[in-house]
Design a protein around this ligand. Structure first.
Ligand code: ZN
Ligand code: ZN
Length: 155
């Protein structure tokens, strides 16, 4: 109360006491209209989430940009780079599914590189994974795999 009294005495021009309640009233009014405007124009957050989770949206996202096959429907085109020979999931590419783990397509990366990208990890021990990698790099015969394993044990 003392501070207000001091303020009044400094800016005492007769308008001070009238201006304060007017400003407060305007603030309340403007914030109310702002909220109404947002609710009217913008899409509510939960509605956006509903769209994101909807089947139509998932289907649109999980569609190959190159060949137009819908991975969401378990479809892909053989020989298409972006499809990579599988829809949304594939067996572990490191050991050709021997570890039993499923890798999930990274849809975003698949689209941006037009090449299939997968998220996952092989459940086999690292040295066995390495042997599989050697086998793929050199030959696909069983002989090369055992050679790779021998190389590992001797080195
Ligand atoms: Zn494709
Ligand atoms: Zn594996």
């Amino acid at each position: 109360m003392e501070a207000e009294a001091a303020k009044d005495s400094v800016f005492d021009e007769g308008f001070v006491e009238l201006e304060v309640p007017e400003d407060e009233a305007m603030e309340v009014a403007s914030s109310a209209t702002e909220q109404e405007g947002l609710q009217g124009r913008g899409i509510p957050t939960d509605e956006v989430e509903q769209i994101m989770q909807s089947e139509a949206y998932q289907r649109r996202i999980a569609t190959c940009h190159l060949c137009g096959q819908c991975w969401y429907d378990n479809k892909f085109r053989v020989g298409c780079h972006e499809c990579g020979g599988f829809p949304l999931q594939r067996a572990c590419p490191v050991c050709d599914g021997q570890c039993g783990s499923q890798w999930t397509r990274n849809i975003k990366l698949s689209h941006s590189f037009h090449e299939a990208h997968w998220d996952g990890s092989c459940a086999l021990p690292p040295e066995v994974q390495h042997a599989f990698q050697l086998r793929k790099l050199t030959d696909s015969s069983e002989e090369t795999l055992s050679e790779g394993l021998q190389d590992l044990s001797t080195s």
